[in-house]
Design a binder for this molecule. Structure first.
Ligand SMILES: C[S@@+](CC[C@H](N)C(=O)[O-])C[C@H]1O[C@@H](n2cnc3c(N)ncnc32)[C@H](O)[C@@H]1O
Ligand code: SF4
Ligand code: SF4
Length: 358
């Protein structure tokens, strides 16, 4: 019998599914010299993959097209071979190496080497004025971080400042813009407080803005944007400011309008060597392999990888909001409708408690 169904033409292959790798992120260490009150990453205390494995990953990622290397985890300068890895990446042709650092361990000898590695872009974390910063990070650390930022500017090392938007810093975020303007730093970045970094056991009420009226957060962010423009300091994450109030006040997790492109251009290798498609798809089902037994050249565009890419592109990923989210996908789409994934962690608990009338 002849089928009455129309002949289905094959689905066109989405260009994103065969896109080249753009960025490799490797958690080189989860050791840190500080124990900041809003962070639990330092508690893991482990180094990531060995130098030879890191070098192999860098070569393989370059062969897949990557030109950005993002060393991450806790404090990269805790690794004695950290700058060997950075210099190796530079020699391979990486053009950008985004290094988020507390800046407190960077010596003049480190700066000499960084100065000769122009792909390096340091992002020094500053939480607010001295008293706010030192209360969260420990006495004397504001001075160390600001001195490091100053020296970077003097030596022509690319540098930005990174702040966290949380209950006790959001009012004082202007300070970070002022500091950037004073030091001659052109760009700052603000990411909202996340439980992924704090862990569930910190003083979440102290940091979280959950249940703060969204309008209040919106006004503060608008004022911060206007202030930065007035000071000619740009905010890397400004395109995400429209969704920050919802994220902070309700815990709802945005996915960029039209889906997230990040897993189509990015790979994360965590400190255990496990490979994931982004910083926030990190369940067992999202683990695509381990670099100690698998090659990232096989993982890239594998069936598993393509399945995860499709989840992100069709707005079915966990959603997130951080400086390492797909910031580019928000640019120019500030008024486009955003899909929200459900809240997680303390935000999900708060929503459930609200629903139960607690
Ligand atoms: C985990 S740290 C690692 C890099 C480095 N140790 C530093 O402090 O810059 C990466 C960034 O996350 C920020 N951060 C720390 N705790 C956070 C939290 N609970 N939510 C969001 N960002 C946080 C830090 O200020 C820093 O800019
Ligand atoms: S925020 Fe950075 S410096 Fe502070 S404890 Fe966490 S990893 Fe270390
Ligand atoms: S979790 Fe975040 S970074 Fe990952 S795919 Fe979804 S929106 Fe993109």
């Amino acid at each position: 019998m002849k089928s009455s169904l129309p002949l289905l033409s094959p689905l066109p292959q989405r260009a994103a599914l065969t896109h080249a790798l753009d960025e490799l992120a490797v958690e080189l260490t989860v050791y840190c010299n500080l124990k900041c009150k809003m962070c639990s990453v330092w508690e893991l205390k482990q180094h990531g993959v060995a130098l030879d494995v890191a070098q192999k990953l860098l070569r393989q990622a370059r062969s897949l097209g990557a030109h950005t290397f993002t060393p991450c985890g806790a404090e990269s300068f805790m690794r004695k071979d950290f700058l060997d890895i950075v210099e190796y990446a530079h020699a391979l042709g990486y053009t950008t190496q985004d290094i988020v650092t507390n800046g407190t361990m960077i010596t003049d000898a480190h700066l000499d080497r960084l100065q000769k590695t122009p792909s390096v872009y340091l992002h020094i974390s500053i939480d607010g004025p001295r008293e706010v910063h030192d209360d969260l990070r420990g006495e004397g650390n504001y001075e160390l971080s600001v001195t490091c930022a100053k020296k970077c500017v003097e030596r022509g090392i690319r540098v930005g400042l990174s702040g966290v938007l949380m209950r006790e810093t959001i009012e004082r975020a202007f300070h970070i813009v002022d500091l950037a303007a004073e030091l001659g730093i052109a760009e700052v970045s603000f990411q909202p407080f996340q439980e992924e970094i704090s862990g569930p056991d910190k003083d979440l009420k102290r940091f979280s803005l959950l249940r703060t009226p969204k309008e209040v957060i919106k006004e503060k962010l608008e004022a911060l944007s206007a202030y930065s423009h007035g000071k000619s300091v740009s905010i890397f994450t400004e395109s995400m400011f429209g969704v920050v109030p919802d994220y902070l006040a309700t815990g709802k997790r945005p996915i960029p309008p039209g889906g997230c492109f990040l897993p189509s251009k990015f790979l994360l290798v965590d400190f255990r060597g496990d490979v994931y498609p982004c910083f926030f798809m990190r369940s067992d089902d999202d683990r695509m392999g381990n670099v100690l037994s698998d090659e990232i050249t096989d993982i890239w565009h594998s069936t598993h990888h393509q399945e995860l890419q499709v989840l992100a592109l069709t707005e079915r990923c966990p959603g997130c909001l951080a400086a390492c989210s797909d910031v580019d996908s928000f640019v120019g789409k500030e008024s486009a409708p955003v899909v929200y994934a459900p809240a997680k962690g303390h935000a999900a608990n708060a929503t459930a408690a609200e629903g139960a009338g607690e």
